[in-house]
Design a protein around this ligand. Structure first.
Ligand code: GRF
Length: 200
């Protein structure tokens, strides 16, 4: 069984999609063993509680230094002994010690077709604002492995979504979530659980 730890920061709709796919038996042989948020008020923690999943908050604000936060974050991950770490709307830069210890076992969902509209400063609504500003006709979402860069690891799955005339950033964000993110993030987890993702 693949033990999954999900890291969240906000509303948790991607976490919810994973929970629902698992409940429907569509996630393969997996178990969500812990949800970690950097934000005590993240509704994603409520979603975890409602699903009977342990949710913990590890907030940088609670630590004297970034180094202390990194140690606490790594410890909160190690306690759960996950096989796979899923970043689902997680807005904290992953410490290098976590990437080194869990190399090729951390995945992230990004709300664009990487390499477009990604990297430092491209997160959440900003991604869709940039896509609309550029005038692209097609955008989408990407699931990729996490390495030391920002949105630079090997791509696992992508799904395209049409931009509609007059879209606001909020409307585009919701369509990308509904039509792409909530499908390919669980889809990537299932492929990994079934041993169908090979690196290199
Ligand atoms: C969304 O913008 C999503 O595209 C990105 O993180 C944000 C929040 O997602 N991955 P969630 O609702 O917290 O899963």
């Amino acid at each position: 069984m693949l033990k999954i730890l999900v890291c969240v920061s906000g509303g948790g709709t991607n976490l919810q999609a994973i929970i629902e796919k698992q409940a429907a038996g569509e996630l393969g042989d997996t178990k969500i063993v812990r949800v970690i948020s950097n934000n005590a008020n993240a509704y994603a923690l409520e979603r975890a509680r409602n699903a009977g999943i342990e949710g913990v908050c590890v907030s940088p604000k609670a630590y004297e230094s970034r180094e202390d936060f990194h140690k606490a974050f790594l410890s909160a991950i190690d306690e759960a002994a996950p096989d796979l770490i899923v970043l689902a709307g997680f807005l904290v830069v992953i410490p290098k010690e976590v990437i080194q210890k869990y190399r090729n076992r951390i995945i992230n969902i990004h709300p664009s077709l990487i390499p477009a509209f990604c990297g430092t400063g491209y997160y959440g609504l900003k991604v869709h604002e940039a896509a609309l500003e550029r005038g692209v006709k097609v955008t989408g979402a990407t699931v990729h492995f996490v390495d030391e860069g920002t949105d630079t690891g090997p791509i696992i799955l992508q799904k395209a979504v049409y931009v509609c005339e007059g879209d606001t950033p909020q409307e585009l964000q919701l369509r990308v979530m509904q039509e792409a993110e909530w499908e390919i993030l669980p889809g990537a987890i299932r492929l990994i659980a079934e041993g169908k993702v090979q690196l290199g």
